[in-house]
Design a protein around this ligand. Sequence first.
Ligand SMILES: NC(=O)c1ccc[n+]([C@@H]2O[C@H](COP(=O)([O-])OP(=O)(O)OC[C@H]3O[C@@H](n4cnc5c(N)ncnc54)[C@H](OP(=O)(O)O)[C@@H]3O)[C@@H](O)[C@H]2O)c1
Length: 373
Amino acid sequence: MPKFAFIAHPITTEHLYEIYSGFAGKILSFFPKNMLKELLLRLPPVSFGVCKNVKSSEGKTIEGEGFLFLLLPEQIAMLDEKFVLDKIAATIKKAKESGAQIAALGGFASVVGNEGEKLAKQVNGIAITSGNTCTAALTIQGILKAALILDVKIENTHMTVIGATGDIGSICSKIFAKKVKKLNIVARRQDRLSNFANALRRSGSAEVELFKRTSDAIKGVDIILSTTSSLTTLIEPEYLKPGAIVCDVSLPANIPKEIVNIRKDILVFEGGLAKLPYSKEIKGKNWNRLLPGDRTYGCLAEAMLLSFENRLENYSIARGNITEENIQEICGLLKKHSFEVSDFFCGYKFFTEKDLEEIKKCKVKGNNYAGVL
Ligand SMILES: NC(=O)c1ccc[n+]([C@@H]2O[C@H](COP(=O)([O-])OP(=O)(O)OC[C@H]3O[C@@H](n4cnc5c(N)ncnc54)[C@H](OP(=O)(O)O)[C@@H]3O)[C@@H](O)[C@H]2O)c1
């Protein structure tokens, strides 16, 4: 039976205490952060649970196992790349020893080492994917679904992509440059952004404008997609237009989750997530700590889909390689195996139909709740 692995890392210290629930988690929470980070450097990878008998609507069965390498995002971003890649490689080897044939790199595990390219060379006998094709496909589906529900005509919209030159951001920008009226693109390295803008102007129909500062790029726009490797939040709620759609794919998040309590006039949701057809069989207690209910990360969904298809091969590898054809292929597999784009949620709040109706009214009236900030 094909077996997939999910290679993840704690997103925050709170997440880490949850992983080591009970006594061990309590002890860790007493460590000062610098001591905790020192300790993490020495800890080996851990398995956080097996999920057996994951069934496809096509009648195929696979199984999976989750593994954590114990580094926080800021450590992955700051430490020597070789040290970090060795830690991830050791985790992938553990997954391989447990019988996994394909490993999806969650969160920052793919941001380092050029989206799995270096790890694919370092570890043999197991396929690797960053999972970014499926994450991008679900991100695009989520934004189009949001626009449909809020009666937003996509061809008339002004959109911003933050992290536009990244692996997920670049393919999303290419696709939306053919759909929206105006596209703002944001990244820190302006030379790379400028080359990318020229490519977008050649292939798409939208007017393209470049930005270095996120705050300048999001004022008054209809749709915002954030997919960066930033360690801090980037989106200031007070700049958002009433009725705006904000899709945040980034882990850690680029928008504070409390926004759902202070800006009830916008739809902000965590993007790139799939809704699974067989929640109970797929997820157990430890998996459920990652995400509520039957939701799962797009990168993990990609490893599941490839396992169902018995395509135990490197897939989304090396930054900037995802094509529109890849996105179409993955959309086909999502449909074939009855995986859907997740309902809208942010910080464990699911948006109800009533919430969406309220947002629609605010969009029409131009009301907003910014005054209460
Ligand atoms: N939800 C999911 O299932 C899922 C799956 C996979 C990945 N992710 C997350 O998605 C995000 C993007 O992943 P990726 O692989 O596409 O990353 P990537 O290829 O490394 O791209 C990151 C992008 O962010 C830009 N950036 C970084 N810091 C920035 C800042 N402070 N302001 C503006 N732009 C900034 C980078 O350009 P510059 O360096 O030039 O600024 C680049 O364009 C990550 O947070 C990752 O953890 C989520």
